[in-house]
Design a binder for this molecule. Structure first.
Ligand code: NAP
Length: 269
């Protein structure tokens, strides 16, 4: 067993070699074989007080990672973090001030390697012709504008990481390929605001990946999962629903960027 510490350069780490890059925070833990390398990261998850965000935190903490469990409600967020051994930070993805304060807190505590933008809403939902501009602004602020707001606040922290990773939690309902495939459940759903918001999340992922090639920026579709989001109607468990996100969060800065995956692998846009 060996460990590459924060003070070691890339070339000093026995399994990596190559360019000299400081390993701020990132502890590399594993056997002498590079194929068994395990990257210990500091990760922040938005909307981590319950459901898919909470399960993602549980799995990453269980694997040994440090996890900031961000939530808009301090009481519920702190309770969730205490239950799992995570660190709590207040973060409402619709508030510039809240997001900026959370970034300051995380920066002061040592920085960030993995940013998981999980918080999202499905409502308000109504027949298409009854949807209002206010409905659209509410869904887009939480699901889409938040991607820009949170990315903007945390990219400076990620720039100090040796393995900067961004994961945007999107949905198959935002995939043009899936909604046109009569065999898939996504083709049976009519929810103009939610589906189009997630199509925007996926495209934002592609665009940020192009703009920031030094980071791994990918989108993950949990799949239809039983949570409060859908009245627990989904057939998947939260563990199944977090497979794609946990996979992306565990790559240690390796792998492709600008992709869209689900728990079966690369998914079509
Ligand atoms: P959920 O049970 O409704 O949980 C959503 C989480 O987001 C909660 O922690 C919620 O906090 C948080 N949130 C909502 N608005 C927020 C805000 N303004 N600021 C900070 N946090 C906020 O939903 P879920 O099923 O876990 O879904 C998580 C993500 O997966 C979403 O992005 C969703 O679109 C996506 N997704 C879900 C499914 C599915 O079938 N479940 C499928 C595909 C994609 P509060 O507790 O304070 O409300």
């Amino acid at each position: 067993m060996w460990v590459c510490h924060a003070t070691q350069s890339h070339s000093e780490c026995p399994v990596l070699g190559g360019t000299a890059r400081p390993y701020a925070r990132l502890g590399l833990v594993g056997t002498i074989s590079a194929t068994h390398t395990r990257f210990m990261t500091t990760t922040l998850i938005t909307g981590a007080n319950k459901s898919l965000g909470y399960e993602t935190a549980r799995r990453l903490i269980e694997a040994g990672h440090t996890v900031w469990m961000a939530a808009r409600d301090p009481e519920r967020g702190r309770r969730a973090a205490d239950a799992l051994g995570g660190q709590f930070v207040q973060l409402d993805v619709t508030s510039d001030d809240s997001v900026a304060a959370a970034a300051e807190t995380v920066a002061a505590a040592g920085g960030l390697d993995v940013l998981i933008k999980n918080a999202g809403i499905s409502r308000p939902q109504a027949p298409a012709a009854e949807l209002t501009a206010a409905d659209a602004l509410a869904v887009y602020d939480t699901n889409v504008v938040s991607i820009v707001r949170v990315t903007n606040a945390f990219v400076p922290l990620l720039r100090s990481s040796a393995a900067p990773t961004v994961i945007n939690v999107t949905s198959g309902l935002g995939s043009f390929a899936h909604v046109h495939d009569a065999e898939r459940i996504e083709s049976k759903v009519n929810a103009p605001l939610y589906t189009s918001s997630k199509a925007a999340v996926t495209m934002l992922t592609v665009q940020y990946a192009r703009a920031l090639p030094e980071m791994r920026i990918n989108a993950a579709d949990p799949g239809y999962t039983a949570t409060d989001f859908n009245g627990h109607s989904g057939p998947q468990t939260v563990t199944e629903g977090t497979d794609a996100v946990v996979e992306l969060a565990s790559r240690g800065g390796a792998g492709p960027t600008g992709t869209f995956i689900d728990r079966s692998g690369v998914a079509p846009f």
